[in-house]
Design a protein around this ligand. Structure first.
Ligand code: PRP
Length: 209
């Protein structure tokens, strides 16, 4: 048998749905489900090898060709960019990027430069550049919702899923930035060298969405 196709999966939020999808394809994911602290896991009947990684690292591994394929959120793809094929919208992990402010604040009023806190500076910059609006972007690592409450920023660009975090902190969406969902990405060289195997896998995925 040829060497396994190596696929990098995003740990955490997308993990359950991704493994669920692989099982729906008929693959035995026992090793992935019972992984413990192991990071490279075989899916023997499918000649697949699963690597579990943080979202940014999934892109790094696929770009560098150490993983042939990856499953990662569109949020990370939009922020990091990179050279790979984005081939399938997997439909799960649905949420959105949105601009949010303190409830009732008039974000677009006045002429001063607005300050935006975000974990996604590139996404934020390009959103406001398209509007022709000058902003100061401040990178925050987590719980971005704190920034307007602490008066560090006029607004945030962040992921909104259920809207609960915003609501519980007196914030509201004033504009949607982009829809997000999990995507299947493929290394450009793997796509050429292992075309048939990858195409078959993608076909199987598409039939099972
Ligand atoms: C994300 C996001 C919001 C929250 C949105 O954060 O940054 O804070 O989820 O979800 P909701 O609309 O369902 O409330 P995450 O949980 O990944 O944690 P972090 O902010 O600490 O990175």
């Amino acid at each position: 048998m040829s060497k396994p196709i190596r696929i990098a999966l995003t740990k955490g939020r997308l993990e359950k749905d991704t493994v669920g999808l692989l099982e729906k394809l008929g693959f035995d994911c026992t090793a992935v489900r019972e992984k413990g602290r192991k990071l490279i896991l075989p899916v023997p009947d499918a000649n697949l090898e699963v690597v579990l990684a943080k979202a940014n690292d999934v892109i790094t591994y696929v770009e560098h060709g150490v993983c042939d394929m990856g499953v990662v959120g569109k949020d990370t793809i939009m922020e990091m960019g990179g050279k790979f094929f984005e081939l399938v919208d997997l439909g799960f992990g649905r949420c959105k990027f949105a601009l949010a402010t303190k409830k009732g604040s008039d974000f677009y009023s006045g002429y001063g430069i607005k300050t935006i806190a975000t974990k996604y500076p590139n996404v934020s910059r390009s959103f406001f550049e398209k509007k022709g609006m000058d902003t100061e972007i401040i990178k925050i690592e987590g719980s971005v919702e704190l920034a307007p409450l602490l008066e560090l920023a006029d607004g945030i660009v962040d992921i909104v899923e259920t809207g609960t975090t915003l609501k519980e902190n007196g914030l509201e969406v004033i504009e949607d930035v982009a829809p997000i969902s999990a995507r299947l990405i493929v290394n450009t060289v793997s796509m050429k060298m292992r075309r048939d195997e990858i195409r078959n896998l993608i076909k199987l995925v598409e039939e099972n969405l």
